[in-house]
Design a protein around this ligand. Structure first.
Ligand code: NAI
Ligand code: MG
Length: 359
């Protein structure tokens, strides 16, 4: 079976980390008998420099005709002063997500046993943490009508929060399906005591729960959820929420695990899925073999699981990452006394070797 993967390395450390992710995917392909066909496209500042556009038409066409997209990161000081529609983030990332209509953003927060000490939480609170935030990505406050006007004494702004039944259903279904494959526990997060959109959210989730009698569902207000995440995060398995709440809660959940360099993400719609590390282009360490490629490598594992249904290969990559950490190898960002510091390329090679050997 052959899968076509569009690879968009982007700026800064993007090319360094995507190179290791494709190396590990290729190793998984050899081990399990799949062929991955990688085609590179330009995105971000490097695309702007080459074509005048941060998201060239050719890149969009490549993504649309692929089975999945692996993205590195975009942006950097060189492009910070461009008009907003030409800037790598606003001009490339948001339009790409919109073009692929990826409405469900999955952000796992996993504490690897070897790194439990890196969390800011007490070890007994952090150890064994394994949760996923499912955030609605294409609706809500970020995409509603906005207005700014002069009024006596200053200005007045309006932001609108819009959700339809159908928009809630499609992301909720993703979360229920995911919960069914995990610990069968779903927490839907809203602000139903104040917001009408949250009341609709709660109604839709409650209705859908009838189709998933095997999944235990509870509803939680977002302010309480923010507290529970730092107090007792292991009470959760799948957290489902709307765009703004999800933006904040997924960053909060991410920090429970320690390093930005370990956090993958998947953005899913009904077509091509988009997989990217949570971190940015890290211009401060770019080109120096200091970047941790594990976030990108784990994004590749999410691609195998969610776009291709290759659970065995996805799990093999995740096990290899855990094993390499267990053996004491660390990139600079997660380095601790007594461990072996290795480069971006070296840790990628170690993980790829374990994946291919099947240990
Ligand atoms: P950043 O995530 O690039 O870096 C924050 C800090 O974490 C830096 O000290 C960096 O060295 C470190 N870091 C990040 N990823 C790492 C990794 N894999 N291994 C080791 N250390 C890592 O965020 P920052 O500095 O706010 O933004 C830098 C540029 O990236 C900006 O132009 C920003 O707009 C862009 N950005 C792009 C994103 C994307 O492409 N999805 C997301 C966030 C920021
Ligand atoms: Mg955020």
């Amino acid at each position: 079976m052959m899968y076509r993967i569009a690879v968009l390395p982007g700026d800064g450390i993007g090319p360094e980390v995507t190179a290791q992710a494709t190396r590990v995917l290729a190793a998984a392909g050899r081990r399990f008998g799949y062929e991955f066909y990688f085609q590179e496209g330009l995105i971000g500042g490097i695309a702007y420099d080459a074509t005048g556009q941060p998201l060239p038409r050719a890149t969009l066409d490549l993504c649309r005709s692929s089975d999945a997209v692996l993205l590195g990161a975009v942006g950097g000081p060189k492009w910070d002063n461009l008009p907003v529609h030409l800037r790598p983030e606003a001009g490339a990332l948001l339009p790409l997500r919109k073009a692929l209509n990826v409405y469900a953003n999955l952000r796992p927060a996993v504490v690897f046993p070897a790194l439990a000490g890196a969390s800011t939480l007490k070890p007994e609170v952090a150890e064994g943490l394994d949760i996923v935030v499912v955030r609605e990505l294409t609706g809500g406050l970020y995409f509603g009508e906005k207005k700014r006007e002069e009024i006596p004494g200053g200005q007045r702004v309006v932001e609108t929060l819009v959700y339809t039944t159908q928009e809630i259903q499609r992301v909720a279904r993703r979360a229920f399906e995911l919960a069914r494959k995990r610990k069968k526990k779903l927490t839907s997060v809203d602000k139903a005591n104040v917001l009408e959109s949250s009341r609709l959210w709660r109604e839709v989730v409650t209705d859908m729960a009838r189709e998933y009698p095997d999944v235990e569902v509870n509803h939680m207000l977002v302010d309480n959820c923010a507290m529970q995440l730092v107090r007792n995060p292991k009470q959760f398995d799948v957290l489902l929420t709307e765009n703004l709440f999800g933006d904040i809660l997924s960053d909060e959940a991410a920090q429970l695990t320690g390093s930005l360099g370990m956090l993958p993400s998947a953005s899913l719609g009904d077509g091509v899925g988009l997989y990217e590390p949570v971190h940015g282009s890290a211009p401060d360490i770019a080109g120096r073999q200091l970047a941790n490629p594990i976030a990108a490598i784990l994004s590749g594992a999410l691609m195998l699981r969610h776009s291709f249904g290759l659970e065995e290969a996805a799990a093999a990559i995740e096990r290899a990452v855990a094993a390499v950490l267990e053996q004491g190898y660390r990139t600079a960002d997660i380095m601790e006394p007594g461990k072996h510091q290795v480069t971006t390329t070296e840790i990628g090679r170690l993980i790829a070797e374990l994946v291919e050997r099947g240990e």
